[in-house]
Design a protein. Sequence first.
Length: 512
Amino acid sequence: MTQPAIDYAARGWAVFACLPRSKEPATPHGFKDASKDPAKVAEQFARMPSANIGIATGAASGVWVLDIDPRNGGDESIRKLAADGRELGETLIAITGGGGLHYFYRVNGAPVRCRSNLWPGVDVKGDGGYIVAPGSIHPSGESYEWMNEKPIVDAPDWLLQAVTVEPAKPEPKPIKVSSGDTSKTLAALLQIKTTDKADGSRRLYTAACRCVEHGLSDADALAAIRAYSLVRPFPRDWTDAQIIQRIRDAEAKVTRGAAMITESPTPRVNTPQHFPVDVLPEPVRSFVKEASKAIGCDTSYAALPLLSALAACIGNTRRIQLKRAWTEPPILWTAIVGESGTLKSPPFRLAMKPIRKRQGEALKRQETAMAEYEIASAQYEKAYAEWKRKKSTYDQPPTKPEPPHAERIIVSDVTVEGLVPILLDNPRGLLLGRDELSGWIGSFDRYVGNKGGADAAHWLSMHNAESIIVDRKTGTPRTIFVPSASVCVCGTIQPRILERVIGDHWCPVNGF
């Protein structure tokens, strides 16, 4: 993969090495180590010839990329845009190893920043981001390839406006303050657990029922629901007439004023507790305090991924015995859940830095071991041929060398089928670290389309370090048995994305 990387640098793109079959940077500072110097790129890839190729996007390379992921609805989003007359234009396109598309556009004028979910399944890779380029291998074994050889063009005006203009936040509408029970009703609305499906009409109906139960007039109920929607937005906008109609529907179902008759103390939202940093041992405690202070984030943002990483380092070597027949493995699944712009990624990357550095060093050792193995294999073949030629019944045949196993510590974009051979070679266990966990959950059963049932069951087994058996369609061996599959998980995700990817259609079915 060295030559494509050199060619990209010669083209003026900032190139850096990623771990083989991974999107994780193999360099100490990630995409910040990217270079446009072909000689430096050649030197970097000479140390790891099987590395994947990363390209820093945005001003660093003069290109930004529209990343379309069909697994999360990206293809459907593009079809809807095209139906509205918004075409993406003729430009350079790459096919990703995961089956998505990368549309390349010139950086021309206004800076383009990274953005997740511009539309469902469509991300923007600009300043501060990167993509994995053709010449690389996906964890699934599929190759990244160029779809065409068209020149890179400016993005269409409508698209450029969409990626450079921040979405306007709606002005809060005036809220009528009721002299009755509006405040208590609003507190009850904030306790609603109903999950949105499609347009959120079911949650709106539940909110209307609460307003009727608290005896609110139409005007007060409308004000309460509007106030509630500012805190818990609906997937779509509802007109006043539509909300009033839901109130009429609710009156046929629930008793007006019922909550006032059997009124319980007003639910109160508890003050969030601070993360218990002081219970952490040194030097972990100091790291969490100093990292969160330097980044300006909550201490939990720095602590959670670090705890998962530490648990993965222990892996299958230890278990805690709670009772005579009850033991628990040190497996932690943690997620930093926060809105966009709340500094989720910087502490996550900082916690992953030593893990990725260690993984890079291990892969370098693997490169050396493979080179030595190839030499030993050649010597074995020669010695074996000589032994057969002599046909001696007294001399023992030469010993065939064993191929070295790659030491793996962290994985990111991987299927269960691709993960089990890695677990078999690394019995201590692994860490799955992803800056965006929706891609991990969305990958469940990506090739069979059965809504994640089988993969979710395997992942739940890995959460408990249980044994798993996977039958593969290709590869050797076809059946793989892992006696104790230990995988810790950490990453980041936005609340609404979390709600979408792990909603009601998941949990009742498989317990995930």
